[in-house]
Design a binder for this molecule. Structure first.
Ligand SMILES: [Zn+2]
Length: 387
């Protein structure tokens, strides 16, 4: 709260002096910290305060090795700023990442769920590092022209200060407010994209993966509901333009390496996928949109049984309207045809069959679930259905 008042003081003093038209602001140097009593120091304090809360917040993903992995990507991209930027993973089922002026970078799980390889994650991390190097948060603050802009920026500290944890993660308003923290001008976004792509190429990653992220986001958006924009778009300009710019910039390089590291990313995210996919489904977006995301995750041949299972889950979770349960049952059966020893599918199939009174088959499948599952938590409940 103390820091909040500090920002208010900055805001009040700002009112008496014109604040628009930021002077030329130099890049932040490696290991540089703002000198005390500057606006920038105030912004840093605010964000340090938020960062302390985030560290122990329930919404932070408790996986040190995943955060370390992302940090290593950052350090590969930009060894100079490796010490200055911390990377956190926050449990939010939306595609987003943001960079605070003090060096706190936050990546949301919805982004990691959608990324197809390490190069795509690196493209985002490089972009966010670009915001840091170019001091874009400070510029956004100084460029805020109206009282409304300032009040909105002010509100951010409060919005992000109370990081939603646990059950609260689906509060879209809060997410959008948090997203505003990273609302940069189009020019700043373009600049961050340019730096991001340069870093990506220097790090040996395939630059053609950068526009692919945005192409996927466009496809996903087109499948979703018009009134439910993806969180990232609340804080970032239209993806079409950046795709064009990224492709053009890539052409200006004579040659580049093409490291993608798909396996490396999947290895790090695989312990979380089940939960992240469930969170995605709980958003109850349009079936086609959720299917698209699940296709990104399990679309390769090896995991087709999971693709079928989760597509079944999409229908089951929508309740028994429009023949949803039958659609789910059909998809579960297809999953079993592809792999006949995946425990979860027998449970969901059995429970649905129990609901629509195919008693015998239901019990057979639930028994199969108990045989296959390793120490299932719901063992006694399932057994009670069998008797
Ligand atoms: Zn950005």
């Amino acid at each position: 709260m103390k820091n909040f008042f500090l920002i208010i003081i900055i805001f009040l003093t700002s009112c008496s002096t014109p604040i628009g038209g930021a002077k030329k602001i130099e890049d932040i140097k490696p290991e540089e910290t703002p000198s005390i009593e500057t606006i920038e120091a105030g912004l840093w304090m605010q964000m340090n305060n938020y960062e302390e809360k985030l560290k122990t917040s329930g919404s932070r993903v408790k996986d040190k090795s995943l955060e370390k992995y992302l940090k290593n990507i950052l350090c590969t991209l930009t060894p100079d700023y490796c010490k200055d930027i911390r990377v956190y993973v926050q449990d939010m089922p939306y595609f987003n990442a943001f960079m605070a002026p003090n060096g706190m970078m936050v990546v949301w799980t919805g982004l990691l769920l959608r990324a197809q390889n390490e190069a795509q994650v690196a493209a985002v991390i490089g972009h966010e590092a670009g915001h840091y190097i170019k001091r874009h948060s400070l510029k956004a603050w100084l460029d805020a022209k109206s009282r409304t802009d300032l009040m909105a920026i002010l509100a951010i500290g409060l919005a992000v200060g109370g990081v939603p944890s646990g059950g609260d993660i689906f509060n879209l308003t809060q997410l959008l407010q948090a997203g505003f923290m990273a609302k940069h001008s189009r020019d700043n976004e373009r600049e961050a994209d340019k730096i991001g792509l340069d870093l990506l190429i220097k790090g040996g990653y395939d630059p053609k993966e950068a526009p692919k992220i945005w192409e996927n986001i466009i496809k996903e958006m087109e499948l979703g509901e018009v009134n439910k924009p993806l969180a990232f778009l609340a804080s970032h300009p239209a993806p079409e333009e950046r795709i064009k710019n990224l492709k053009k910039q890539t052409q200006s390089y004579e040659n580049f390496e093409t490291k993608k590291n798909e396996k490396e990313l999947k290895q790090k995210t695989s312990p979380h996928l089940k939960k992240w996919v469930k969170d995605e489904m709980r958003l109850k977006n349009k079936v086609e949109q959720t299917e698209f995301v699940i296709d990104l995750v399990y679309g390769d041949n090896k995991n087709e049984y999971l693709l079928k299972f989760y597509k079944g889950e999409i229908y089951r979770l929508r309740g028994d309207i429009e023949n949803n349960f039958q659609k789910a049952i059909d998809l579960y059966k297809e999953s079993i045809k592809l792999k006949d020893d995946f425990a979860d599918v027998y449970k969901e199939l059995g429970l649905l069959q129990l609901k629509i009174e195919k008693d015998k088959k239901a019990k057979k499948n639930l028994q199969r679930y108990l045989d296959l599952a390793i120490n299932p938590k719901d063992k006694s409940i399932i057994e009670s259905y069998l008797n």
